[in-house]
Design a binder for this molecule. Structure first.
Ligand code: HEM
Length: 438
């Protein structure tokens, strides 16, 4: 539900996302499994038992149909729309770049990019924190994964991607209509896609020419990687994984960043505690990879942000074989939707669910609980679980560490409305007033 937010009186202001709230009320009335639209329609599930049943039955689902709406952006060979052996092959070639150890190499890029963004904020002025950090996260994701050459064009790539992201930010059926009717939005997206593809293909060619000397970023892995049969990826497959990683990487993470800043700014004691932790751990310098373990409170802030504001409000599965959930038999052809947002706000699982309480994630705290993977699922679950989860949480911790250490912010009175299908974000951005910068 839309709400007015402000810092006056430090009112606790957890926001709600209207369509999900409506869905939640239907669940309250009709139970954890809701069917809409007949056999080939939608099945909405809510709660830990239903989510666990979905994660345990991944072999009964297909992703090609479930995420078909993303094909105009990500391409037909993207891992997100791949199934079975093709999915495993594509994912396996990207995986090394997303491992914990590899992500540690990105910390310096993340901190430096956050610092550049913060340097651009002038004390005494207002700024849209969502837009500022969206651009920063896009640049740092591209830099970390694909090297400085492509990162130099991060804003241009963002402009090319935007018409495509706009196109898929509705229900998949709406995207299909744009395609059938060749609407202006579809044509705009087509032109943008051609520009994007030219730039990425040039980079692929460059990486092929350099061979293993192309550095240790993902592009080199994608170009030089071979599966067990010695087969590599085609240029088309590489293009699709590159665009998928860029688009999936910054849309979601920057939404989470906006919600974290919003939550910190509405809870000054949380901001102060996070700042004290950063000061104790690293003083004035940016955190390095070895410092992350010394920032458990900030990690808790990130977990709590992703609990209340999971950018992926729902995630989908196409049912390919009979599947039973909570006593309901679901036949092939249906689209199953599970909702991190709804499960994360259920009073059955969370004490004071609509309060922002990072302490619930701290092992030393009386409120600590360790939710299982079907109760806390901001990154989904099963074989397509978000490949960028470690990168996203690391990026959020590092960038927030710089924000709380270097900035004092207040929230001017404004309307903050969660919106978006692909990633829940603040509809009109997040206006902040910068009172001080160090
Ligand atoms: C806070 C940030 C993020 C959130 C909330 C998020 C959430 C998700 C979710 C819910 C899924 C679907 C999983 C499922 O249905 O089981 C997913 C998949 C995926 N995400 Fe993320 N994501 C985030 C950041 C990232 C980043 C930083 C990257 C890469 C740079 C990334 C790349 C991907 C890819 C490639 C997939 C598809 C994986 C597959 O099909 O095997 N995501 N993400």
């Amino acid at each position: 539900m839309a709400q007015w937010a402000g810092t006056k009186g430090n009112r606790v202001s957890v926001l709600s996302y209207r369509p999900a709230e409506v869905l939640g009320r239907c669940h309250d009335r009709f139970g954890p499994v809701l069917r809409v639209g007949g056999r080939r329609g939608f099945v909405y599930v809510r709660g830990e038992a239903a989510n666990a049943a979905v994660f345990a039955a991944s072999d009964r689902f297909r992703w090609e149909e479930a995420f078909a709406g993303l094909v105009p952006v990500d391409g037909p060979t993207s891992m997100i729309v791949s199934d079975g052996a093709e999915h495993r092959r594509r994912r396996r070639l990207v995986q090394p770049a997303m491992h914990h150890r590899q992500v540690a190499h990105y910390v310096q890029i993340m901190a430096a990019t956050a610092d550049e963004a913060i340097d651009g904020l002038r004390p005494g002025t207002d700024a849209d924190a969502y837009a500022v950090f969206r651009a920063a996260i896009r640049r740092s994701t591209i830099h970390a994964l694909f090297g400085p050459e492509l990162a130099a064009d991060a804003d241009v790539l963002g402009r090319s991607l935007q018409p495509l992201l706009d196109l898929v930010d509705g229900l998949p059926a709406a995207t299909q209509w744009h395609r059938r009717l060749r609407t202006p939005a579809w044509q705009r997206a087509g032109r943008a896609r051609a520009m994007l593809d030219r730039r990425i293909r040039a980079e692929i060619t460059r990486a092929r020419l350099l061979g293993p000397r192309a550095g240790d970023h993902v592009l080199a892995t994608l170009v030089n990687g071979r599966d067990d049969d010695g087969d590599g990826l085609t240029d088309r497959e590489i293009r699709d994984q590159v665009v998928t990683l860029i688009a999936a990487g910054y849309e979601t993470t920057s939404s989470a960043m906006a919600w974290a800043i919003y939550s910190l700014a509405t809870e000054p004691h949380v901001w102060a505690t996070a700042r004290a932790e950063v000061r104790d751990a690293v003083g004035d310098r940016p955190p390095g990879p070895g410092d992350l373990r010394a920032l458990p409170y900030l990690a808790a802030v990130v977990n709590e942000t992703l609990r209340l504001y999971p950018p992926a409000v729902v995630t989908a599965r196409h049912v390919a074989q009979d599947f039973e959930v909570e006593g309901h038999l679901i036949r092939p052809g249906a689209t199953l939707l599970l909702s991190p947002y709804l499960t994360h706000r259920m009073p059955e699982y969370w004490d004071r669910p609509l309060e922002f309480r990072p302490q619930r994630w701290l092992p030393g705290s009386a409120e600590y609980t360790k939710p299982g993977p079907a109760r806390y699922l901001p990154f989904g679950g099963g074989p397509h679980r978000c490949i960028g989860a470690t990168m996203a949480t690391t990026e959020l911790i590092v960038m927030l560490a710089r924000v709380v250490a270097r900035l004092d912010l207040t929230l001017p009175a404004q309307r903050i409305r969660p919106t978006g299908f692909a990633a829940m974000r603040p509809r009109e951005g997040l206006r902040v007033h910068v009172t001080a910068r160090r």
